[in-house]
Design a protein around this ligand. Structure first.
Ligand code: C2E
Ligand code: MG
Ligand code: MG
Ligand code: MG
Length: 294
């Protein structure tokens, strides 16, 4: 199975070529039913604030609870959904569900900032901004509590759609993030034209931090330039304490990865936050939504 490496379209392609055409077809017909049958679920992975060690927010990651196959990962079904016109429907559900969960958390006194991932197809959808606005209003969630992540290569794939949709989302107050930065071929000077607030360094660079001087130099330069452009930097795929230390020394604003926590159900996230051991690795503070940053 092709190794997942942060939004790399080549790896996604290989991953879904691994399945025979027949198997893909059966997966596809199951996927058409998945939404109606309530098999989709969002898992949430904490993002840790580098300076305070608090949970700064979570990223919503889509999962499919298949009755026979078990939990299916997004790299297996999102490319399929994109190819066969299901992604706008799935993506719409993700937005609604993330906002519903923010409402539930808010009722429990937890103002949690949530990121959702958008596909390029959603950027082209004319009513995306309206749908997001409705989901926010219905759940009494302020727009600035929602972040939309778009992978760098996707942002480059359709620059016009990206620019237009980003501008419209920024206008209603939603924060925008460039995901998997470093895997595409864009320049920071192009990204400067987008109203993004955040840039996420792809996990492939984070992985190499300890072993490669080049990776360190690239990450250091990306953090400096991002800060000069007023962007917050998130490192994804932080798996070791050493990577964490290097990134903190470089001034990385937020960290996300298995070193802190894996993506988990909304319920598991709550127990995780209340567990003292987890709090220690995340810096000994209670789960808190910090409003002053970003
Ligand atoms: P992403 O947005 O870059 O999300 C990060 C991925 O890295 C997630 O994989 C996460 O589980 C994984 N990850 C986090 N920390 C670590 C770590 O320390 N080590 C390693 N090896 N991996 C880590 P996941 O959940 O399988 O998602 C894969 C991709 O699928 C996402 O990459 C995103 O591009 C896409 N995706 C997920 N949910 C959605 C969605 O609702 N809509 C769309 N359009 N795409 C989604
Ligand atoms: Mg990715
Ligand atoms: Mg993401
Ligand atoms: Mg990413």
């Amino acid at each position: 199975v092709a190794k997942r490496n942060g939004g790399n379209s080549c790896a996604l392609f290989e991953a879904h070529m691994d399945r025979s055409a027949g198997e893909q077809l059966s997966l596809l017909s199951d996927l058409r039913q998945a939404l109606a049958r309530g098999q989709l679920v969002l898992h949430y992975q904490p993002k840790i604030d580098g300076k305070r060690g608090q949970v700064h927010g979570v990223e919503a990651l889509l999962r499919w609870q298949h009755p026979e196959r078990g939990l299916v990962e997004p790299d297996e079904f999102i490319p399929l959904a994109e190819r066969f016109g299901l992604i706008n429907q799935l993506g719409g559900w993700v937005i609604d569900e993330a906002c519903r969960q923010m409402h539930v958390w808010a009722d429990q006194g937890l103002r949690m900032r949530v990121s959702v991932n958008l596909s390029v197809h959603q950027l082209r959808e004319s009513d995306l901004v309206g749908r997001i606005e409705q989901a926010l209003q219905r759940n009494f969630v302020p727009a600035s509590q929602l972040l939309c992540e778009i992978t760098e290569s996707v942002a480059m794939e359709d620059i016009k759609a990206t620019q237009r949709t980003f501008d419209n989302l920024a206008r209603i107050g939603v924060y925008l993030s460039i995901d998997d930065f470093g895997t595409g071929y864009s320049s920071l000077s192009y990204l400067r034209q987008l109203p993004a607030r955040q840039l996420k360094i792809d996990r492939s660079f984070v992985q190499d931090l300890e072993s490669s001087n080049d990776a360190r130099a690239v990450v250091d330069a990306v953090i400096r330039l991002s800060h000069a452009l007023g962007l917050r930097v998130v490192a994804e795929g932080v798996e070791t304490a050493a990577q964490n230390d290097i990134l903190l020394q470089m001034g990385c604003d937020e960290l996300q990865g298995y070193h802190f926590a894996r993506p988990m159900s909304a319920q598991a996230l709550q127990s995780w936050a209340q567990d003292g051991d987890n709090r220690r690795s995340a810096g000994n503070s209670p789960l808190a939504f910090s409003d002053s940053v970003l």
